[in-house]
Write a protein that binds this ligand. Structure first.
Ligand SMILES: [Mn+2]
Length: 403
């Protein structure tokens, strides 16, 4: 049996708008969360002496990461390497620089030939030796159009036809890999991309969806024992067996779109024709939305305070959203609300102000005034600027003069 840890979509540098600077370390506190999240699969792999560690791409927010992001990631890869755990790094779309040189953010690991580390940046198959036997690995990293299609081939095709051509080419390449599989030893396919039946999380922000999606059938062959994907941040199992097909999901929450999604990594026990998997939560930072409709409230401040008191958690990122009538907005003590949320990890306050249709009850508009229409109109326009008032009164006078 081969023990495997599979994690994905680290995205160092993402989600930092919900973190403040930690003065002791000089790091954004959300970045520290992301580091802590990465430590979970790394430490699990080392503590449990797993045979293989797999990362299926999207290391950073961009393919040109700040040195600190590179350093913190490299330290953890080094740790795996020093512990003699074979480690696979698969290139994701966020790792790729869309330039003709075809470089990516993980190139450095193959260039420096870090011991026990294998980088996959193209479709290929390799046998990876582990202390408990060989695993056949087929890699399907993020595919860029320029790498797969010759210019003449796609020049006259629509975007949809180009995608279809790419899928056909990928299938063809994978077919070649499948044919080489030795059916007596375990085989896995590691991918970064979209599978048609997968459910998206909130990654729209992260420019997902611009890439092609593979039909599930592309991977439905019993030559494979495991198909582990990255790219979509929501952990999900697309097929339970022959082979098991899943997305590991990302390691930390990026924003409130992931409020109700757990985050974690996959622990896998692999044998030919027998795979057990377990999702292990990284216990990601809590994101809590406190929603409050105050439009029927008799005491907006008290009601809002109660709602905050009931739902807030000191270590969470809080989004307070309240809906309030325009005339009540002034009764909210903004300073006190902020003070109440002050012990959260971070917070944002969003108010939706409901503007009623104006009902005018102007005391001075008595019957006496109504007999003098221009004066009445002037009173009626009490909350207009002098300029607007003047213009409207002028127009009104013109109309009156027509009578
Ligand atoms: Mn991706």
């Amino acid at each position: 049996m081969i023990k495997i840890v599979h994690f994905s979509d680290l995205h160092f540098g993402s989600g930092e708008r919900y973190g403040s600077l930690n003065p002791e370390t000089g790091l954004n506190k959300r970045f520290e969360d992301f580091i802590a999240a990465l430590d979970k699969p790394i430490n699990f792999a080392i503590d449990n002496k797993v045979d293989l560690a797999i990362f299926t791409g999207d290391t950073y927010k961009h393919a040109t990461p700040e040195p600190i992001y590179q350093k913190e990631f490299a330290q953890r890869i080094k740790k795996l390497s020093l512990n003699k755990i074979p480690t696979i790094l698969l290139v994701g779309n966020h790792d790729v620089l869309y330039r003709i040189d075809g470089s990516d953010a993980l190139d450095i690991y193959s260039t420096l030939q870090i011991e026990n580390v294998t980088v996959f940046n193209k479709i290929e198959s390799k046998k990876i030796e582990t202390k408990n036997g060989v695993v056949q690995v087929i890699a399907l990293p993020h595919i860029t159009k320029s790498r797969l299609l010759a210019k003449e081939e796609y020049r006259n095709l629509s975007a949809k036809e180009q995608d279809q051509l790419m899928i056909d080419k990928v299938k063809e390449a994978l077919k070649g890999c499948f044919e080489k599989i030795d059916p007596s030893i375990p085989a896995i396919l590691l991918g970064h991309g979209t599978i048609e039946t997968a459910q998206f999380g909130s990654e729209q922000d992260l420019s997902i969806g611009k890439v092609l999606s593979y039909p599930l059938s592309t991977f439905q062959t019993d030559k494979l024992d495991y198909v582990g994907f990255g790219h979509i941040h929501r952990h999900q199992v697309l097929q339970e067996q022959s082979p098991l097909i899943l997305y590991a999901g990302s390691l930390e929450r990026v924003d409130f779109g992931e409020e109700n999604e757990d985050k974690g990594f996959i622990y896998l026990e692999l044998e030919r024709k027998r795979v057990n998997h377990k999702f292990i939560s990284t216990a990601p930072r809590k994101f809590i939305t406190i929603s409050c409709d105050l439009t029927e409230s008799k005491n907006v401040q008290i009601d809002l305070e109660n709602e905050i008191q009931n739902k807030k958690q000191s270590s969470a990122v809080i989004r307070l959203r309240y809906k309030i009538n325009e005339e009540d907005f002034g009764y909210i003590d903004q300073g006190k609300i902020r003070l109440m949320l002050g012990d959260s990890f971070a917070f944002v306050v969003q108010s939706e102000i409901v503007r009623k249709e104006r009902v005018y009850q102007i005391a001075e508009l008595d019957t006496k005034l109504i007999s003098q229409p221009m004066s009445a109109l002037e009173k009626y326009l009490f909350d207009y600027t002098e300029e607007e008032k003047e213009r409207l009164l002028k127009r009104a006078k013109e109309l009156m003069d027509l009578l």
